[in-house]
Design a protein around this ligand. Structure first.
Ligand code: UDP
Length: 494
């Protein structure tokens, strides 16, 4: 008899941002590997980015499909093609994209109503609270996915549900986050850039998200229990929901192509760097990449470049959207010639999980986006932490204070995503150099840090194996949905 999971049809709605789309595609493939049917619904530009991954999954006989749902861009005043937070003309347009996403309820429901077989469960990004109403009308369960791990989530829950922030007067004062198993100190802005926010739009959306969450069937998290056991437990308690940690989902990418083409087309020289890495000593190179949205002003990019050079530690630096001024500086300073042999600078999208798993990589300068953090952990690599916005400062605290596998670069003040066009330099070249040197030093502290990172890397892989915790949690999630679907199908029960 076929397992009950084969009767299920999961429909996934990822947020149109790389840090949400990429893990949801991995999640979709992991669910399909259990025999269920999976449909991922996203807009055309985003669908195009993940099409090759889905095609390979279909070739591997997974029952997975990708459906396109156009965003009403013209109606919200966005130019054609601006379908992801990384394609916006300016960060001020983020709110327009959110508006367009909020207009998808009706077309999405129409799409779901004609799906064959009919959907049995929605897994939705938390930013689409309207999927809750759709699920109710279709009488199917809804599972929520937000992106971050349980530690950051719990911190956000605490600042949302207590008046701790009201008690703090200054933006630069560090306070101890109450109710956590570890002593975690943060400033008010660091603790509150993800969550309710202070504009009417963000507050409304966040409140709607929380309201919709109340009736969801559970929360699926890209993390693993052994990484943050006390935080998983506490988070489950405060939410009073089923919480399934099923990650690190990036580990489902086994082939070269799946690792390389995860989420986007790789930069023109993106693969050459692998040959360069082949020629380097094991664990000698620092990989630098600040995610899909972090913005480096010309001044900041120059400072970073100079810091990398000053450190004399081999590095590979992926940078997106360079300005004309920065390109001019590179030419005038002959920067790329100067770093030849020691460093490599690549413009565009990095094959990140491929690079992180290369034996030559010994450190990672990261902006502490949760996916990058978890990918660094899975690769068993210590990190230099350079948070920018959202919950990244909380993730930094997790890396530094809880896991103890990182070195802070010294960023203090969040650069709000919507204010990213500012030009001041937050991190100086000496900060970059010092943090890299500390990270790569082979003294007692550095050795212990590397050992801890390796240990978490091994634990992460074990969690995804057949008897691992994340594998088991996926089984439990599917089982819970099978039961809920069966319950909902009993006539006149709802
Ligand atoms: N990523 C990548 N290549 C890049 C930049 C990012 O593959 O050049 C991937 C990275 O591996 C991660 C995701 O994009 O899976 C970024 O998510 P994260 O949560 O780290 O940060 P965000 O971009 O959302 O700030």
């Amino acid at each position: 008899m076929a397992p009950p999971s084969t009767d299920l049809h999961f429909v996934l709605f990822p947020l149109m941002a790389q840090g949400h789309l990429i893990p949801m595609v991995d999640m979709g493939r992991l669910i399909a590997q259990r025999g269920s049917i999976v449909t991922i619904i996203t807009s055309p530009v985003n669908a195009n980015r993940i099409q090759s991954t889905i095609d390979r999954a279909i070739e591997a006989k997974l029952r997975i499909q990708l459906l396109e749902l156009p965003l009403p861009l013209a109606e919200v005043g966005l130019p054609e093609g601006c379908e992801n937070f990384d394609t916006l003309p300016s960060s001020a347009h983020a709110i327009n994209l959110v508006q367009a996403m909020n207009m998808l309820e009706e077309p999405a429901e129409n799409m779901l109503r004609v799906l064959c077989p009919p959907p049995s469960c929605i897994i939705s990004d938390g930013s689409f609270p309207w999927t809750n109403d759709v699920a109710k009308r279709l009488n199917i369960p809804r599972v929520v996915f937000y992106g971050p791990g349980c530690f950051a989530f719990l911190c956000v829950h605490i600042v949302t549900n207590t008046n701790i922030l009201d008690e703090i007067d200054s933006n630069s004062e560090y306070f101890v986050m109450p109710g956590l198993p570890d002593r975690i100190e943060v400033t008010k802005p660091q603790a509150s850039t993800w969550g309710r926010g202070d504009s009417k739009e963000t507050t409304d959306l966040f409140d709607r998200m929380l309201e919709a969450e109340k009736t969801c069937s559970g929360i699926v998290v890209n993390s693993f229990e052994e990484l943050e056991p006390r935080y998983v437990e506490e988070f489950t308690k405060v939410k009073d929901k089923k919480v399934w940690c099923i990650g690190p989902v990036s580990l489902c990418n086994k082939s070269f192509e799946d690792k390389a083409e995860r989420g986007n087309k790789v930069a023109k020289d993106g693969y050459d760097c692998l040959n360069w890495l082949d020629s380097r000593d094991p664990e000698s190179v620092v990989y630098v990449c600040l995610g899909s949205l972090s913005y480096c002003s010309t001044e900041q990019a120059i400072e970073l470049g100079l810091g990398l050079e000053l450190s004399r530690i081999p590095f590979i630096w992926f940078i997106r959207n360079t300005s004309d001024e920065f390109e001019q500086w590179l030419l005038e300073e002959k920067y790329e010639e100067r770093i030849k042999g020691k460093g490599l600078m690549v413009r565009g999208w990095a094959p990140q999980v491929l690079i992180l798993s290369h034996h030559a990589i010994g450190g990672f300068i990261t902006h502490c986006g949760w996916n990058s953090t978890l990918e660094g952990i899975s690769a068993g690599i210590p990190m230099v932490t350079w948070p920018q916005f959202a919950e990244q400062f909380l993730n930094e605290r997790f890396i530094i204070d809880v896991l103890k596998i990182g070195v802070r670069i010294g960023a203090e003040v969040p650069v709000l995503f919507t204010e990213r066009d500012q030009t001041d330099v937050k991190v100086k070249r000496e900060d970059v150099k010092t943090a890299m040197e500390i990270l790569m030093r082979n003294d007692e502290e550095g050795w212990a840090r590397r050992q801890r990172a390796r240990k978490f890397g091994l634990m992460s892989k074990r969690s995804m194996e057949e008897d691992g915790s994340s594998h088991l949690n996926m089984t439990l999630m599917i089982k819970a949905i099978v039961e809920e679907v069966a319950y909902k199908q009993i006539p006149n029960l709802v």
